[in-house]
Write a protein that binds this ligand. Sequence first.
Ligand SMILES: NC(=O)c1ccc[n+]([C@@H]2O[C@H](COP(=O)([O-])OP(=O)(O)OC[C@H]3O[C@@H](n4cnc5c(N)ncnc54)[C@H](O)[C@@H]3O)[C@@H](O)[C@H]2O)c1
Length: 363
Amino acid sequence: MAPLMEQEGVYKVAVIGSGNWGSVATKIIASNTIKQSVFHDDVRMWVFEETLPTGEKLSETINKNHENCKYLPGIYLGSNVVADPDLENTVKDADMLVFVTPHLYIKGICKRLAGKIKPEAKAISLIKGMEVKKEGSCMISKLITEVLGINCCVLMGANIANEIAEEKLSEATIGYREDQEVANRWLQLFATPYFLVSIVEDIEGVELCGTLKNVVALAAGLVDGLEMGHNTKAAIMRIGFKEMRAFSQLLFPSVKDSTFFESCGVADLIATCFGGRNRKVAEAFARNRGKRSFNELEEGVLQGQKLQGVLTAQELFEVLIDRGWEDQFPFFITVHKICTMQFPPRSILQCSSSVHNSTQLEF
Ligand SMILES: NC(=O)c1ccc[n+]([C@@H]2O[C@H](COP(=O)([O-])OP(=O)(O)OC[C@H]3O[C@@H](n4cnc5c(N)ncnc54)[C@H](O)[C@@H]3O)[C@@H](O)[C@H]2O)c1
């Protein structure tokens, strides 16, 4: 328990990240902090500063209009959201830190924050991805805990940001380790009548679901681009889901089967394979017959938003090679080889039929 926070009776919240999901998460949080006396009304949001075509700074326009015109245009964030381009200033008084940046930036951000946050602060990661190190893979929540020395939960789910911005009903899962009281505090901060949140004591399972489904979504997009139809897409999703579960439980034997049936599991997989940005760019890749790279398409199709799946497929590939598990995960390996243009897009179909033939006796 943190005595200072108890005396004041309020928790101050800071959000690190202000992209598409970062802005939506901030809007949800701001609507809750203003209603619940346990939280300080203001929510400070770190903005990776950009100059807009009008010459204005992004953080200034957010504070003036209460809207992120670049990453979430047309949505009111709340007058209690304070955009701050200064990372250290954003976090210095915060008791609750919400990390929501593309995963490639998180390590640098954590290093900048080490020693600059309240020691009793708690964190939650909304980031999908993992870090690959020589010693093995490291989940983002673990990286945050290791670098900052604080407890870190995760929140994942079938959460396409723009739909939640319009307050369309959706669900999410908070994963925690041991400290249920902290998980409940996060639930209080995030849950709304249109954003239904549950908690699960399986942090690795929740985080791996959120991370790996982006790789399956790339395969789903390839199938869309190849115009193969719903049955093929369902087959691809099933095979991908199976590899997601097998990989998660090989890496962390504690990962529970039941986690895959929470919002972070099968629901997120379905949402991402039908509506997400990884699917969209992979579809464009297949339609171009693999002749334009993912990097090139990402810039054209996403306009500043970041694709997570291709980098995750690369990281996953490195873990599989490092552990000698490549023969057990032909689907993941094939997605990576397609993304790096070593295989043509159609090879996802050949791979899936060979996986099916070699594993059907298991069913
Ligand atoms: N968008 C969604 O629907 C969604 C849903 C669930 C989870 N997520 C996850 O949320 C995380 C953040 O995604 P997002 O959608 O908020 O971001 P985004 O892809 O919309 O935007 C990219 C963000 O990165 C920032 N950025 C660019 N260069 C940077 C740098 N050098 N250092 C730090 N920041 C930099 C940009 O300013 C912008 O805020 C990702 O891990 C993503 O997988 C996204």
